[in-house]
Design a protein around this ligand. Structure first.
Ligand code: G1P
Length: 306
């Protein structure tokens, strides 16, 4: 018997970060509203949430970025303009202090609809198949985080997984995760990417999670604590991730987006170049993004723990 697809009725989009890596471009413009060729960064997260079937999208904002709310409004509109069924409502939560990603998610306590919920970090644009939908289709139990291999010198920038068994396949059991380990101390080179499926119990844990890396309440730390009671899975997604919290990532995403739009217009096959050494150098990504072009999955080969 086939397992039902996990319904993600709620998707949280944290968008209260200061964007200090993108100054001066973010001096007066929210980083989530910077353009990726033809649409703002945050629209990719909205499109992905809509495609995953969210009924409620919770956007975590801060007072200094009112334009996000002005842009999105109270009803989710897909950039394709296509609406299937009742459109998702968008609700806003104010994160009063910049206390980290874990704190941003904690601010949504009591606002999620019943069942597991998704989190999309808008800085992490994933072109290709909708990552959140792929995860919902593969999710069976517990919590799940999107994963990709990163160069060893970059492990200090990410949440890094600890594995107990072989690191192969699309859904890989995880027995721990550590946020931004110091150089040389990473348990593997497989990093968390900003797509999560979480269980409501995470709110209780977040409420008791002490500040971690960077003096912030880390979502990673709460998820690590939760592995004592619920399984955690690393999900190797098929698309290509761009770190749009950096100038290079934003530019690479814009170029890939331009190529995908041109390919759709010309009805031609598309090649999306990997934007940086962050992606597995041995794999090639061909594809078409959520605008509807062809996509050939990137390599699913992950190397084992160090
Ligand atoms: C956040 C998470 C980290 C994850 C990363 C992916 O870090 O805390 O675990 O690997 O997103 O982009 P940030 O980039 O917000 O510092």
């Amino acid at each position: 018997m086939t397992q039902p697809i996990t319904r993600l009725k709620t998707i949280i989009i944290p968008a209260a970060g200061k964007g200090s890596r993108m100054l001066p471009a973010t001096q007066v413009t929210a980083k989530e509203l910077l353009p990726v060729y033809d649409r703002p960064v945050i629209q990719f997260a909205i499109d992905e949430a809509i495609e995953a079937g969210a009924e409620r999208i919770i956007v975590v904002v801060c007072d200094s970025k009112p334009a996000i709310r002005e842009f999105l409004g109270d009803t989710a509109i897909a950039s394709t303009g296509m609406a299937a069924g009742t459109p998702a409502e968008i609700v806003y939560v104010n994160q009063k202090e910049p206390l980290g990603l874990g704190h941003a998610v904690l601010c949504c306590k009591g606002m999620t609809l019943p069942g597991p919920f998704g989190v999309i970090l808008p800085d992490d644009i994933i072109l290709g198949r909708s990552c959140m939908s792929e995860m919902a289709r593969s999710h069976r139990e517990g919590q799940m985080i999107a994963a990709m291999k990163v160069p060893e010198e970059d492990t200090c920038k990410y949440g890094i997984f600890t594995f107990c068994g072989p690191v192969s396949g699309i859904c890989i059991p995880v027995n721990g995760i550590v946020e931004k380990p110091p150089r040389g101390q990473a348990p593997s080179s497989i990093a968390a990417v900003g797509r999560y499926i979480l269980q409501p119990m995470i709110f209780e844990i977040l409420g008791q999670t002490p500040k971690g890396a960077g003096g912030e309440v880390q979502l990673t730390d709460a998820i690590a604590i939760a592995t004592r009671s619920v399984p955690l899975t690393a999900f190797q997604f098929s698309g290509v991730r761009y770190d749009c919290g950096t100038h290079d990532g934003l530019l690479a995403a814009a170029i890939a987006r331009q190529a995908s739009l041109k390919a759709v217009r010309m009805n031609a096959p598309l090649f999306i170049a990997r934007p940086s050494a962050r992606f597995d150098r041995n794999s090639k990504a061909h594809g078409k993004d959520s605008a509807g072009s062809l996509h050939e999955p990137a390599s699913r080969v992950l190397r084992g723990p160090k």
